[in-house]
Design a protein around this ligand. Structure first.
Ligand code: C2E
Ligand code: CA
Ligand code: CA
Length: 605
């Protein structure tokens, strides 16, 4: 844009002289011969600089300058007064002049003062533009920052919500909303620690509901759940703040009563019995009186672990029930005498014999895909191996009857190793089937995993029979707590390096399920069958499965539902996004033999 100068003077000769003097500056020169006219021209042309004569008839230069300053659009326009009188200078600045030139004028002075003012205006404008650009940038940045901040806040909130939810799910029982077995384990471990350091005393109460099975079987599991909920509430009302209430699973509750000794613990147990006597469970017009059996163990220096405490409580509970239900019984010398060795010894011997004489055998159950995977992969056979014991009379015994004893007597790891070896041997006998098999999953007790050389055993066995690792998967069953997360993680990583996959079994049954899922590199999670079997009847089970699917997807773990017993459940699981199903609806476990393996492969293909 070209620069415009306005010269204002009532004497035509002066105008001519100034015009000439300024002509080398390469500006457009406008002229006005009176104050009034000059305001007109200024309003229309917005000159970049005004050279203003002071003495003019009509409106003088000072008045013109005042008006220039008063007008918003020209307030910044530089004005240089041209005057013959020195005493005008002060007033010239007072009305807003920027500079002055005295007559008679010198050409160089005029040029340099004008140049100076023009340069000043230019710089001011530039600065203004820069400032505006800067402000715009700051505005943009601030806006972007605000958006980013909001997103961050939302993410933080979401994560916090997920974490809270994970923590809640990891510590609470789904049905009763009281603490679960895992949280109880953590709490008891802390209490034992306090007792060992003599800074605490506590009493452990284990409570069984005697009618639970009756209610559950005659009125259905919705009634069973409701009973559990009501009992949980009733127990909660009997407790004070330092007491800890948990559901152990099934019909079993546990209370760790802080600051209690044997006598006050007994008083608490009796209070609970009293409340139970006043309590009736009503379902569809039918009334059930409640009876509880309570086992009491004083947590003293002889108690060194949660597992031991549970065993002690089990022993008292067993005796209490033998004596007749609805009682309170305390763990003492008497208990010790009566229970040690009991029928367990027989079991231990039978298991040792079975191991030596190969009385175990393997049944398998096929898993079925509910949802198709992303790619159109060919269907392959996926099995879970289940151990069976053929007793001397030839009848089959199921793991529920011998695994608890095997775990107590540390024989479970030998059974697990026997299973690993047998499954690998069978796979080795059928190399022609390897392409059709996804894998055979073997259950591992948490006790087996604690043995440091299990990984090496698996590696050795696979190498010895030349069976690729990807044909084997392992399911970590939650019948026992995983004690050392770090070692377990290392074990899983090592065995995954051999190609094997890992599933977290019996998910939701009360151990530290969500924690394990987050902390350990599982490929798959198997939802405990108790949540699936009645899923079409129990609303909370649906929400539980939903949460599991949601979290599993976030962790990139596939989901298996156990105990799928009919097509209704299958359809529901499909809607809930469960990937695999296992259960009598698809396949009843059968013995793994050469023939059964080939037949199952044909059925899948
Ligand atoms: P699991 O790993 O949860 O195995 C599933 C159990 O549910 C099996 O019982 C199976 O026969 C049963 N089942 C399958 N489909 C259905 C169904 O639709 N409805 C119902 N009601 N039940 C179904 P099983 O064979 O008696 O095994 C019981 C548990 O014993 C297993 O539970 C597992 O924890 C453990 N187990 C089995 N074999 C081994 C083993 O070799 N080593 C270890 N450590 N544990 C094992
Ligand atoms: Ca399993
Ligand atoms: Ca299971």
């Amino acid at each position: 844009m070209e620069t415009k100068l306005l010269i204002v003077d009532d004497t035509p000769e002066n105008l001519d002289v100034l015009r000439q003097v300024l002509s080398p500056l390469d500006c457009k020169i406008l002229v006005a011969n009176s104050g009034e006219r000059s305001l007109d021209i200024i309003a229309r042309n917005q000159p970049d600089l005004v050279l203003l004569d002071v003495m003019m008839p009509g409106m003088d230069g000072f008045e013109v300058c005042r008006r220039i300053r008063a007008n918003e659009s020209t307030a910044e326009t530089p004005v240089i007064f041209v005057t013959a009188r020195q005493d005008d200078i002060a007033q010239g600045f007072a009305v807003g002049g920027n500079d002055y030139i005295t007559k008679p004028i010198s050409m160089e002075e005029v040029q340099s003062r004008v140049r100076h003012q023009l340069e000043r205006v230019r710089l001011i404008r530039e600065l203004k533009t820069l400032n505006e650009e800067l402000e715009e940038k700051v505005r943009e940045r601030t806006a972007k920052l605000a958006i980013a901040n909001r997103q961050l806040r939302e993410e933080v909130n979401e994560r916090r919500f997920m974490q809270d939810r994970l923590r809640y799910l990891a510590e609470h029982d789904f049905v009763t909303r009281v603490y679960n077995r895992n949280a109880l384990d953590a709490h008891v471990t802390e209490v034992i620690d306090g007792v060992q350091r003599k800074s605490a005393e506590a009493v452990y109460l284990q409570i069984d509901i005697d009618q639970f099975r009756l209610v559950n079987e005659s009125c259905g599991c919705i009634a069973g759940d409701e009973l559990l909920k009501e009992v949980g509430e009733m127990l909660g009302h009997c407790l004070s703040e330092q007491d800890f209430l948990a559901r152990l699973g099934g019909d079993k509750f546990a209370i760790v009563a802080g600051k209690h000794n044997r006598a006050s613990g007994l008083a608490l147990a009796n209070l609970i019995q009293q409340q139970a006597n006043n309590f009736a469970f009503v379902w569809e017009g039918r009334e059930f009186k409640l009876a509880l059996t309570i086992a009491l163990v004083v947590v003293d220096k002889d108690v060194s672990s949660f597992e031991q405490l549970l065993l002690m409580a089990d022993e008292v509970m067993y005796l209490a029930k033998k004596e007749g239900r609805s009682t309170v019984r305390v763990y003492d010398e008497d208990t010790l005498r009566q229970t040690s060795h009991r029928s367990n010894v027989n079991w231990a011997l039978r298991l040792v014999d079975a191991l030596n004489q190969d009385h175990f055998c393997i049944h398998v159950q096929r898993l079925s895909r509910i949802r198709a995977p992303g790619e159109n992969l060919p269907a392959k056979l996926k099995l879970e191996a289940l151990v069976r014991l053929r007793d001397t009379s030839g009848s089959l015994m199921f793991p529920d009857s011998f695994i608890p004893a095997a775990e107590r007597f540390n024989l479970i790891s030998q059974i697990d190793r026997w299973m690993i070896k047998r499954v690998v041997q069978i796979l080795a006998q059928h190399p022609e089937c390897h392409d059709e098999i996804e894998h055979i999953a073997i259950n591992l007790s948490a006790i087996s995993i604690r043995e440091r050389d299990l990984g090496a055993y698996i590696e050795r066995t696979l190498a010895q029979y030349k069976v690729p690792g990807h044909l084997i998967a392992f399911e970590i069953t939650e019948t026992e707590n995983i004690v050392n997360l770090e070692e377990t993680r290392q074990f899983i990583r090592d065995v995954k390096n051999l190609g094997c996959q890992f599933a977290l079994d019996d998910f939701g049954s009360g151990y530290a399920s969500f924690n394990y899922l987050r902390e350990l590199p599982f490929d798959q999670v198997k939802i405990d069958g108790v949540f699936i079997r009645d899923i079409d009847k129990i609303e909370t089970n649906i929400s539980m499965v939903k949460s599991i699917v949601e979290i599993a997807q976030k962790l990139n773990v596939s989901v298996v539902a156990e105990f799928v017993e009919n097509n209704r459940i299958h359809t529901l699981l499909d809607e809930l996004g469960v990937d695999w199903g296992q259960g009598y609806h698809y396949h009843r476990p059968e013995e793994l033999t050469n023939e059964s393996l080939k037949r199952m492969i044909k059925q899948v293909a």
